[in-house]
Design a protein around this ligand. Structure first.
Ligand code: ASP
Length: 418
């Protein structure tokens, strides 16, 4: 896509989002007649995910050439993701301790009941569940359920193994290279549909919440909590921006180039569904294929800065609401468990609300407390998903610089040897 085209598309997506908000606000539930357009867009994106992830990760890992070369970039990527996740949680904790949004909030019986239902339907979440979700006994079923973590794991394994089988592996790698290119072509076409898709998704989300007035009433009810999450997300986005400027040699234009993916993340509330567009934007910006194909798919499944931050704030909010004092040790436990819970959360709408049960369980908070958060969760989910995607994008930019500089060094040595 030419630069001019992508800019026009960006403006159109912004227009789509604003019109979606206005339509949902004024028409309330009546706007649901456009729901199918959003579903169509979402389905089109989801359609590409499984073949794209397999092709991108397998060819990305295989392009590293040698199994031993995977260790360092892989390890550093994970380290980078873990560090930014912890930074996000700390920002959340500092703000929630300062603002104290839960103090004085009354828990209604109705909210308690909603929370109770949520806990029952989500079942028990545990640390071991996160580890178990890494390896799937049935890849086809995981693919059908769009559980991407086991697919990424398998693809890394496959990409590594295929480089060790000599010339027989070459045609397999070529196949996945070709598949990747083809899938990206399709994603490029779907992107043209994004303005309409984002319009419909945003309008229906607001419409389903009862339109503008109902939405305002819910937001005002726990406004301080909503404000704390939004402020913390904004602060973390700026921190990521500074990391990007200082560690990746990229300027504000990177943010502009990623904007189409970020707005789509807002529209879909799903970082997995947005992944194809995130990759497309990163390619167009000019990141190397390796960082796009390896770092972004990994990030979209394990790196969720926005989700981690939100889980920490939500847990503290519930504690404050029940008047439960959480000391330093409990808050450290929140850092650890929110990190794991964010890694375990799938990139789908409101997944973080379910894995938050891990955090609540670890520090002994009543899980029914999430009832009161659910009314605004669909809304906050959109912002945190956009931050999740921004976190992945910055990670890819940082790793891109690292990978390129190691490649240059290797080339220098090779030339010297010659
Ligand atoms: N919706 C988020 C995502 O897809 C996950 C969550 O926080 O619920 O990234």
């Amino acid at each position: 896509m030419s630069h001019k085209h992508s800019m026009i598309l960006l403006y159109l997506i912004v227009v789509g989002m604003v019109l979606g908000l206005l339509a949902g606000w004024y028409f309330g539930e009546d706007v649901l007649i456009v729901k199918w357009i959003g579903v169509l867009f979402l389905n089109a994106l989801k359609m590409t995910i499984v073949p794209l992830i397999l092709a991108a990760v397998i060819s990305g890992v295989a392009s590293l050439g040698d199994v031993r070369k995977l260790g360092k970039p892989g390890g550093l990527t994970m380290l980078y993701y873990l560090s930014t996740t912890v930074i996000a949680i700390l920002i959340g904790l500092v703000l929630v301790n300062i603002i104290q949004p839960g103090v004085g909030v009354e828990m209604t019986a109705e909210a308690l009941e909603v929370g109770q239902q949520k806990v029952q339907t989500s079942g028990n979440q545990d640390f071991s569940d996160i580890l178990l979700s890494l390896i799937s006994p049935n890849l086809v079923k995981s693919a059908a359920d769009l559980q991407l973590l086991p697919l990424v794991f398998f693809a890394v394994l496959f990409g590594t193994a295929v480089t060790t089988v000599g010339s027989m592996g070459t045609s397999v790698i070529n196949f996945f290279e070709g598949l990747n290119e083809t899938m990206m072509k399709i994603v490029g076409w779907i992107m043209y549909f994004a303005p309409l898709g984002v319009f419909a998704l945003v309008a229906t989300a607001l419409g389903e919440a009862g339109g503008g007035d109902a939405f305002l009433a819910t937001i005002l009810g726990i406004g301080k909590y909503v404000a704390t999450v939004l402020i913390a997300l904004a602060v973390h986005s700026v921190v990521l921006f500074v990391i990007m400027i200082s560690m990746s040699n990229r300027g504000a234009v990177y943010l502009k180039d990623m904007a189409r993916a970020l707005l789509t993340a807002f529209g879909t509330a799903s970082s997995s569904a947005t992944l194809p567009l995130t990759m497309e934007c990163a390619y167009e910006h000019g990141l190397s294929e390796r960082s796009v194909r390896f770092v972004l798919p990994l990030g979209s499944t394990v790196n969720m800065n926005g989700t981690a931050l939100y889980e920490a704030i939500a847990a503290m909010f519930i504690a404050q609401m029940y008047g439960i004092e959480l000391g330093l040790f409990a808050q450290i436990l929140i850092v650890v468990t929110a990190t794991l819970a964010a890694i375990g959360a799938a990139g789908i709408p409101q997944a973080g609300t379910v894995t938050m049960l891990i955090v609540l369980g670890a520090v002994g908070l009543p899980a029914e407390g999430i009832g009161i958060l659910l009314s605004v969760d669909w809304f906050l989910d959109r912002f945190r998903t956009a931050v999740n995607v921004w976190g992945d994008a910055v990670g890819a930019a940082v790793m891109n610089k690292y990978m390129i500089s190691t490649e240059e060094k290797a080339l220098e040595y090779a030339l010297k040897d010659d």
